[in-house]
Ligand binder design. Structure first.
Ligand code: G4P
Length: 189
């Protein structure tokens, strides 16, 4: 997706060979027009796949996911990283290890929002090691739904997430697949 690549080159900052700062349009401040274009692109790539729900992980996945769901005309469901005291009945949970935070957290889904037979498109802002995506997939499949694909706005292809997901049989669509980074350098596939 050329518009996204140009934006990453213009406003993103590779802090190291691992960490890309995109907080001016994706992670902190959000560019709604760019997110609308991202949603249109995911909707185009998964058109005809019978997607009935878009699922994401809070918080930075929400903007691209809601724009995708809007384009596809389906609901969007947010997997929560913490359980509120009022959210206790009918929930599914799985533990995810975050490499960036070096700590595990519980990913939570209320059963009533993903149904057996649902065809789910998982959308997230970053795909790195894939731990969050695999956790989300466990919850979606425990709910009896099928994962049609994983849409990543940015995928760091030099980290193992995209490969692991594909090896497990999941379709991965990265809009901006990054092949290599170094301080001040960003190279796309
Ligand atoms: P994994 O799920 O692929 O295994 O990745 P990891 O645990 O390493 O990533 C956890 C968090 O770090 C996620 O956000 C992910 O989006 C983000 N992340 C990973 N690599 C980068 C990067 O190069 N740049 C930026 N900006 N973020 C990255 P999160 O902690 O869940 O935060 P948020 O969704 O609430 O913003």
């Amino acid at each position: 997706m050329e518009q996204l690549r140009q934006r990453i080159l213009a406003d993103g900052r590779a802090l190291s060979d691992r960490v890309l700062l995109v907080d001016s349009f994706l992670n902190h401040q959000v560019d709604p027009q760019l997110m609308r274009a991202v949603g249109e692109e995911f909707a185009r790539r998964f058109a005809g796949d019978g997607v009935t729900r878009v699922v994401t992980i809070e918080s930075s996945g929400i903007a691209p996911a809601v724009m995708t769901a809007l384009q596809m005309g389906v609901p969007m469901v947010i997997l929560k990283k913490s359980v509120s005291s009022i959210l206790q009945d009918g929930i599914l949970q799985t533990e995810v290890f975050s490499f960036t935070k070096n700590a595990p957290y519980q990913l939570t889904l209320k059963r009533q929002f993903v149904h057996p037979g649902d065809r789910v498109l998982l959308v997230d802002d970053f795909l790195a090691n894939g731990e969050a995506a695999f956790g989300a997939i466990r919850l979606i499949e425990q709910a009896g739904a099928e994962v049609i694909g994983v849409g990543a706005v940015i995928a760091k292809m030099f980290q193992p997430g995209a490969r692991r997901l594909r090896e497990a049989g999941y379709r991965v669509e990265p809009l901006a697949p990054i092949r290599r980074m170094a301080e001040g350098v960003i190279e796309f596939e």
